[in-house]
Design a protein around this ligand. Structure first.
Ligand SMILES: [Zn+2]
Length: 212
């Protein structure tokens, strides 16, 4: 079983940048393999945009970042739910996810892991689990939000994939110098996971549900 067994992949990102951070390298590899990758961002965090930037800057940045990874513009879906309040519209989000599931035939869904402590990430993980009952689900790693993380699944990557992830994340200029956006951190984590996985670089995932 390899990543090549999957053809129609969905990435659920509570906020713009979560998908690139959690699996930017894997997305880059999937695109290289000719797979269809759909990226859904639920909030553009207009309430958290720093002064001096347009309120919709994250919408612009996620378009640029996902394009850099090779995701087609028509496969990028952006919702405008309010940041930190995804839990308030939990049912609406669930219904959107079910609609997405019915309109597509995704065979692999990536979402935040079930032990992610950010309230918006928890909401997307729980509703994703509800909406995609018959699909393989993998939880991605965001170490600053993970209470625990079981590295049960690895995607083996090469340097070019992590480079693509780093380049994509450079598009998030409005997010400033956050530790987790630093190139050093991105390479270090991918290298650590690569050492575990016996390859140059890797990204790790929790297995939430697996169909063989
Ligand atoms: Zn987030």
């Amino acid at each position: 079983m390899t990543i090549n067994n999957y053809n129609n992949i969905l990435v659920l990102a509570p906020h713009t940048d979560d998908g690139e951070l959690g699996l930017g390298g894997t997305i880059s590899q999937l695109i290289e393999l000719g797979k269809k990758v759909t990226y859904v961002a639920f909030s553009t965090a207009q309430q958290s945009v720093p002064d001096g930037f347009p309120k919709d800057i994250l919408k612009t940045e996620v378009k640029r970042a996902t394009a850099k990874l090779g995701i087609l513009p028509e496969n990028l879906i952006i919702y405008d739910y309010e940041v930190r309040k995804l839990g308030y519209v939990r049912q609406e989000i669930l219904e959107e996810l079910i609609r997405l599931r019915k309109d597509n035939s995704f065979d692999l869904v990536f979402m935040p892991c079930l032990h992610d402590i950010h309230q918006d990430h928890t909401t997307i993980a729980q509703e994703g689990l509800r909406a995609f009952k018959n699909t393989t689900l993998l939880g991605y790693e965001l170490i600053w939000n993970n209470l625990t993380f079981n590295a049960q699944c690895f995607v083996q990557l090469d340097k070019q994939h992590i480079k693509a992830k780093v380049e994509a994340l450079k598009e998030y200029e409005s997010q400033g110098a956050r530790d987790y956006l630093s190139e050093e951190f991105l390479y270090s984590l991918a290298k650590s996971r690569g050492v575990q996985a016996g390859c140059p670089y890797a990204e790790a995932f929790e297995v939430i549900r697996l169909f063989l």
